[in-house]
Design a protein around this ligand. Sequence first.
Ligand code: NAD
Length: 487
Amino acid sequence: MEKQKTLLELQNYIGGKFVVSAAYINSFDPSTGEIYCRVPDSSNEEVDSAVNAAKVAFPIWSSWSPQDRAAVMNKLADLIESHMEEFAQAESKDQGKTVTLARTLDIPRSVYNFRFFASSVLHHTTECTQMDHLNCMHYTVRTPVGVAGLISPWNLPLYLLTWKIAPAIACGNTVVAKPSEMTSVTAWMMCKLMNEAGLPPGVVNIVFGIGLRAGEALVCHPDVPIISFTGSTVTAQRIIEKSAPYCKKLSLELGGKNPAIVFEDANLDECISTTVRSSFSNQGQICLCTSRIYVQRSIYEEFLQRFVEATRKWKVCAPSDPTASMGALISENHLAKVKSYVKKALEEGATVVCGDGVDTLNIPPENQGGYFMLPTVITKLKEESCCMQEEIFGPVACVVPFDTEEEVIGKANGVKYGLAATIWTREVGRTHRVAKKLQVGLVWTNCWLVRDLNLPFGGMKASGLGREGAKDSYEFFTEVKTVTIKH
Ligand code: NAD
């Protein structure tokens, strides 16, 4: 008889303890299509219990000095770092990303998130002004808000969750976090380190489960005055609606349809290797990935030929393979959705130059049930095509020519999103001119994904509300009060 595999079963982390849930859902390994673990399907009651634990912990944690809070956060960062490889393996298995990416991006950045906010919270100051003619002085006081509800997506699971937990607790809030139901394992692993790090019970509570149940219970909880959400624009619209009766403070980091604009004076060697990375890293499932590539007509043919050549060199295989450039997409449904865009493009008369339906995917037999797709390049698309307008969130890059600076700015801005853009040029003046006119929250010139966490991060238009970063997250996770004294 075949031996039954014991499945990993996660528990909620509430008030410093692991709590078994009443109901469970399956979570899949995208690289095989097999069940990887069972995740609590948390209910209103479980969310309520987590909120209560966070409420009890709030007066204690918020009275700690920033230095003491920072010390615990640094200890947690050290502990995660000392288990780097286990975290990287789990993140890769849970999300389908290459283990190399998990090891070099996701987990190190999660460690850094705690270290960064542990340090930055020590350096904020409040304001003081005087009105001598009225014998008055004014100052501002900042206080933590209370219990923060944090909701994160599946594409950078621990990275984006810790990007919320770290500033929230650094400022003295306590939190109830809900990671994506599709990628919960590394959050659960981190909970195992919290007691050892010295985090008092109830400061960080994690409830697992689906958005419409656990997520919405958090959004609608009257004792959670602040919600930080990263995910899709459609979910954010629902969160805005559901939280409206409570007038909650909201931070929303949402989808994108990010353009790369390649001018004829670009350094093509650097531009092509970076644009392949910006289009297909994590299987194109990073909100900042490039999905529309506008190339000045005089270099369009050369760019396309070299870009396709470089794309074909990207190896799609088992995420555990150290030579893999791309792993598997998150789910069967998502794979079908991404492929449906390629189909629609063909129906609209576009050309698929390489990738899906054109080249052959070579996947080892043990990964045949996984959700793999080749990096795909499409040309001859009209601006109004759904491939040019909608967020595909997969390994699909649309390459189109342009003639003038003015024309390309109009096209780049001609979508509902406004998250990020990349400009490739050697002309400094053009960089400033174009950057200023692009309706996006982030502009990279001659690079991609280079971030200084001190600076604001976030999108315009349907890409979000609010900004994250050292100062912005501090402002979001604290309430400000102006005090005036007549002397
Ligand atoms: P999603 O909106 O489906 O889910 C995100 C999270 O919200 C999950 O934890 C989910 O369970 C939860 N959720 C779903 N419905 C909910 C509801 N009604 N109430 C409360 N919570 C709910 O997004 P996703 O598919 O997990 O992630 C992909 C999306 O995230 C893409 O659009 C991508 O661009 C975006 N994203 C944005 C950023 C950014 O910083 N701007 C970063 C990463 C991902």
